[in-house]
Design a protein around this ligand. Structure first.
Ligand SMILES: Cc1ncc(COP(=O)(O)O)c(C=O)c1O
Length: 299
C-alpha cells in the first residue's frame, strides 16, 4: 500500500514556531536536532467533522515523551492547541485531515549530540494535510527480521522520531510485496507492525500484545476500552506468530488507518471459523466514537 499525492495539498500552509509558511517555503535549520539526530517527538492526529479526535490523549503522550527526553521550555498544551487551531483555520480544514505534530529539541549552536548545544528552545512543526484514512479494506503483513526495541534499549513509551527500526521493517515488507512489516519483540513474541498496533481474535476473545515493546497506541487503547464497555472479552498477553496465523481475525489499529483487517501474514491466510464478524462490530463502535468524541474546533 503506497500513499498517493493528494492535489488538495498543493497549497498547504505549514506551521513552524508561530509562523505559517507555504509548503515549499516551510523549512527548519540544518542545525535542528531533528536533522542532526532524529532528536524529536511527534504525534499523528486526526480531524473528524469539526473535532480533533483524542486531542488530550495525544498531547499527554507528547508531553510525556518530551519530558522523558528531558526537553526544555516545552510549549504548554494550551499553546499547542492554539497553534493547531491556527493551522487548521488557515488551511480551511475541518474534516478528512491528518496532522503530523512534531516537537524537536530545537536548533543547536553547532553540530553535536549534546543537548546543552540546544540554546534556542524547541521547534514546533505542524503539518496538516488532507488525508482521509489511508489503509485499504484489507492488508497483508510479513514478519520482519528487525526486532522492535525493548525498554532495554529504547523505550517504546517514548514516541520519538528515531524510526529507523520501523523503516527497515517497512523496507522488508515492500520487498516482500506486503503492506506492512510485522515486528517481534526481543523474545520472539509479536509486538506490532511497523506503524500500527496489532490485535487478533480467537473464538470470540480479542487479544493484543502487552505494550512492553510496542507503542501504547491511542487507537489501541480505544479498542481495549470499547471492548470492555461492550462486554467483549479482551486480553493483553504475549502472543506468538502461530497464534496470529491461526486466529479467526487479525486487525491493525492506528490514527492513520483506523482499524484495518489483515488478510494474510507470511503467506498464511487468516481464516475465520466464527459465525459473527466481531471486527466489523468493533469497527462500528470505533466509527461511532470518531463521530462524537474530540476537541471541537473554535472556528
Ligand atoms: C510504531 C507505531 N505503532 C503504532 C502506532 C499507532 O498509534 P496511534 O493509535 O496512537 O496512532 C503508531 C502511530 O504513530 C506508530 O508509530
Amino acid at each position: 500500500m503506497l500513499q498517493q499525492y493528494d492535489p488538495r495539498n498543493e497549497h498547504l500552509l505549514i506551521y513552524i514556531d508561530g509562523e505559517l509558511y507555504p509548503r515549499e517555503e516551510a523549512k527548519i535549520s540544518v542545525f535542528d536536532s531533528a536533522v542532526q539526530g532524529g532528536d524529536a517527538v511527534w504525534e499523528g492526529i486526526r480531524v473528524y467533522d469539526g473535532r480533533i479526535f483524542s486531542l488530550d490523549e495525544h498531547l499527554e503522550r507528547l508531553q510525556n515523551s518530551a519530558h522523558a527526553m528531558a526537553f526544555r521550555e516545552v510549549p504548554s498544551n494550551e499553546e499547542i492547541k492554539a497553534a493547531l487551531f491556527k493551522t487548521l483555520q488557515a488551511n480551511g480544514m475541518r474534516d478528512e485531515t491528518h496532522i503530523r505534530l512534531t516537537l524537536t529539541r530545537g536548533k543547536k549552536i553547532t553540530s553535536g549530540m549534546d543537548p546543552r548545544l540546544n540554546q534556542f528552545g524547541p521547534t514546533l512543526i505542524i503539518v496538516a494535510e488532507w488525508k482521509p484514512p489511508v489503509y485499504p479494506p484489507e492488508i497483508t503483513l510479513v514478519t520482519s527480521s528487525v526486532r522492535r526495541n525493548s525498554a532495554m534499549s529504547l523505550d517504546s513509551k517514548i514516541h520519538h522520531n528515531n524510526l529507523i527500526n520501523n523503516i527497515l521493517a517497512k523496507i522488508e515488507a515492500n520487498h516482500a510485496g506486503a503492506d506492512a512489516g510485522l515486528m517481534l519483540d526481543k523474545d520472539g513474541f509479536v509486538s506490532e507492525a511497523n506503524g500500527v498496533n496489532v490485535f487478533c481474535i480467537r473464538k470470540g476473545v480479542v487479544y493484543t500484545p502487552h505494550a512492553d515493546s510496542c507503542l501504547p497506541g491511542i487507537t489501541r487503547q480505544h479498542v481495549i476500552n470499547l471492548c470492555r464497555e461492550q462486554g467483549i472479552p479482551i486480553v493483553e498477553k504475549n502472543l506468538s506468530l502461530t497464534e496470529f496465523y491461526t486466529a479467526d481475525q487479525v486487525f491493525t489499529t492506528g490514527t492513520m488507518g483506523e482499524l484495518t483487517k489483515v488478510a494474510e501474514i507470511d503467506g498464511r491466510a487468516i481464516r475465520s471459523r466464527m459465525e459473527e464478524d466481531l471486527l466489523e462490530q468493533i469497527k462500528g463502535y470505533f466509527r461511532a466514537m470518531t463521530r462524537s468524541g474530540g476537541e471541537p474546533l473554535p472556528f
